[in-house]
Design a protein around this ligand. Structure first.
Ligand code: NAP
Length: 283
């Protein structure tokens, strides 16, 4: 039986820590503020944005949701980002992805001031992460590291395998494990012998986007298994990239879906907003 890493409980602890910090900053005259831009009405994006807004308000942050129609032009979106860059009451800005197809997400990310880039997607922040000199960490990989730490797992010297190489999860995830002296292998859709590589892992992180992709035969007994996936199973039910029922009896520790990595992502976003507010006010 694996140790179940309770992301919901750990995220609640972090959110309470954030609330205390937000209250202390507010006393000093700075209420940390986050602006979230939502373009269009994609149902999943609407839910994510609503959850972010709610979490901010619960933690005592100022939250502003900016809804723009799906017909918004690139120029209009960039102008909105510029307006938010200039505001002193807004310390963090994020633009919910994916954007409607006619909009260029790279240009939008590049337009967000690196000091307000609480998603840590801007090339300047990605560079800082690469050289181990970060201001913000990308929320999902940072949340995974918190789960690993708070579960009492040490990364140093461990075989770490990350499945997935996206810019928002897989690549930064691998970098954070490397910074903590893990021996890291990144796998992707062209990897040969994936199951053999995964079976070597002391720490296995799945960020594939395919329901129940990681099966029991891919997991070393006692491994720490972190499931980043947010997928739907054959019945439309939320599930992860790991076949939880089959893997849980083998793993040493495992994150469930829901209740694992998901709640951590929002908690880390709040933490980054606090960091941004501090930085912009020299605190
Ligand atoms: P993504 O951009 O689609 O990347 C998926 C990665 O998986 C790619 O690198 C792809 O390889 C790799 N892959 C696909 N099929 C594979 C296969 N058969 N064998 C090995 N690798 C394979 O997805 P993402 O944005 O990183 O997200 C991954 C999952 O995490 C999704 O379920 C997403 O919903 C979830 N997610 C959750 C949170 C959270 O807060 N919990 C946050 C972000 C994302 P190639 O590069 O070769 O195509």
């Amino acid at each position: 039986m694996a140790n179940i890493i309770d992301g919901k409980a750990i995220a609640a602890v972090i959110r309470a820590e954030v609330a205390a910090e937000a209250a202390a900053l507010t006393v000093q005259g700075v209420t940390p503020g986050l602006a979230v831009i939502l373009v269009g009405e994609d149902p999943a994006s609407c839910t994510y944005v609503r959850n972010k807004q709610k979490a901010c308000l619960e933690a005592g942050l100022y939250a502003e949701q900016i809804n723009m129609p799906a017909t918004t032009t690139q120029e209009e979106l960039l102008a909105k980002v510029e307006e938010l860059n200039a505001r002193t009451d807004i310390h963090g800005i994020l633009c919910q992805l994916p954007l409607p197809r006619h909009l260029d997400d790279k240009a939008v990310i590049a337009a967000i001031s690196p000091d307000k880039d609480v998603d840590a997607f801007h090339a300047a922040n990605v560079g800082h992460i690469m050289i181990g000199d970060h201001r913000f960490l990308p929320c999902t990989p940072a949340g995974v590291m918190e789960l690993i730490h708070r579960a009492g797992v040490t990364v140093e010297g461990k075989e770490c395998v990350v499945i997935g190489r996206s810019n928002i999860v897989g690549k930064p995830m691998a970098m954070l494990l490397l910074h903590e002296n893990g021996t890291v292998t990144i796998c992707h859709s062209r990897t040969k012998g994936l199951a053999d590589i995964c079976r070597r892992a002391d720490i296995l992180v799945a960020a594939v986007g395919k329901p129940k992709f990681v099966t029991a035969d891919m997991v070393k007994p006692g491994a720490v298994v972190i499931d980043v996936g947010m997928d739907r199973d054959e019945n439309g039910k939320l599930c992860g990239d790991v076949d939880y029922a089959a893997v849980e009896p083998i793993a040493g520790a495992i994150t469930p879906v829901p209740g694992g990595v998901g709640p951590m992502t929002i908690a880390m976003l709040l933490k980054n907003t606090i960091t941004a507010a501090r930085m912009q006010n020299g605190l």
